[in-house]
Design a protein around this ligand. Structure first.
Ligand SMILES: O=C(O)c1cc(C(=O)O)oc(=O)c1
Length: 296
């Protein structure tokens, strides 16, 4: 009997993704993915908002190789809270082919930060999505930011587009490189030139320490699986406007998907639609993530 029972409506990752037609350039990095558990070895956090299926590191390596990628950036998932043991275990097992983004609390010690750094962690994640986490006061986040800055780490932020107005000044006060998850989750039924997305473009334009992941068409799309036509203009605009500050990731194992479970091969085939030239593809998949995560 497994230690944890996944949520009844949980969608398990795709059992047999298609082989992508698009071949990623040599050295490509999947710069946003997660590991879950396994729960009987690395228990899910008591404060979690969901209980997923196990998604262990071995499955992630299999997917990496199958899709034609060489490296991963593993982002601490909220179901593990600030217990980074599953993440660290995966980083150590990766033989240098994975880097990590952790979640830490204010009372994290310098020795713990050093140990995370040695394992390959290069950033912390601040999450503002209310269905995923309880709110952490801004002064606590700022104190964590000051602690991780000397390590040369960056901050990954996850929020929804309608919250950006309220969070804008706080975000721009952060003292490190800041990476936005999933393009700030735009409402893609609105115009790509409209005021909501324009605010996000302004954040990127006026603050050159901001980067964006152009990931998760499956989460943002309203038109549905496989083509994600409605998301493409948003992601392409960001890639073409900020080619040196964009990252791409599968988001495997796709926590909390309700509408459908994406075929990871189809997600890879989405890349040339948002990064149409070989140069843009190389920056997005190789140069940018290598600079940010393997720069030292
Ligand atoms: O939208 C989500 O549900 C989601 C959740 C998590 C997490 O639980 O960490 O991470 C993501 O990148 C996306």
């Amino acid at each position: 009997m497994a230690a944890f029972q996944m949520d009844r409506d949980w969608l398990v990752f795709h059992p047999s993704p298609s082989k992508p037609t698009f071949r990623p350039p040599a050295g490509a990095v999947d710069a946003h993915c997660h590991v879950f558990g396994p729960g009987d070895v690395f228990p899910y956090a008591p404060e979690r908002k969901y209980t997923p299926c196990d998604a262990p590191k071995e499955k992630l390596w299999e997917l990496r190789d199958y899709l034609g990628f060489e490296r991963n950036v593993i982002v601490q998932a909220t179901c593990h809270g600030a217990d980074n043991r599953a993440l660290v275990d995966a980083l150590k097992a990766s033989k240098g082919r994975a880097r990590g983004v952790a979640t830490v609390k204010q009372d994290v010690t310098d020795a713990e930060l050093q140990a995370l750094d040695a394992a390959g962690v290069r950033g912390v994640r601040f999450n503002f999505v209310k269905r995923l986490v309880d709110t952490t006061p801004r002064e606590v986040l700022l104190s964590i930011a000051e602690r991780i800055k000397p390590l040369g780490w960056h901050i990954v932020i996850y929020f929804e587009a309608q919250e950006l107005h309220e969070l804008y000044d706080f975000f721009t006060s952060l003292p490190t490189t800041v990476v936005v998850d999933h393009m700030g989750r735009p409402d893609v039924t609105k115009s790509v030139d409209g005021p909501e997305f324009e605010l996000f473009v302004r954040l990127m334009r006026e603050n050159t320490n901001f980067w964006s992941k152009v990931s998760c068409p499956e989460r943002l799309s309203k038109t549905g699986p496989d083509t994600y036509d409605d998301v493409a203009p948003f992601a392409r605009r960001i890639v073409e406007t900020f080619p040196d500050r964009v990252l791409w990731g599968t988001d495997w194992p796709h926590p909390n998907m309700r509408s459908h479970m994406p075929d990871d091969g189809k997600l890879v085939d989405f890349i040339p639609r948002i990064a149409p030239t070989a140069e843009l593809q190389r920056k997005l998949l190789v140069d940018n993530p290598m600079t940010l995560y393997w720069g030292r």
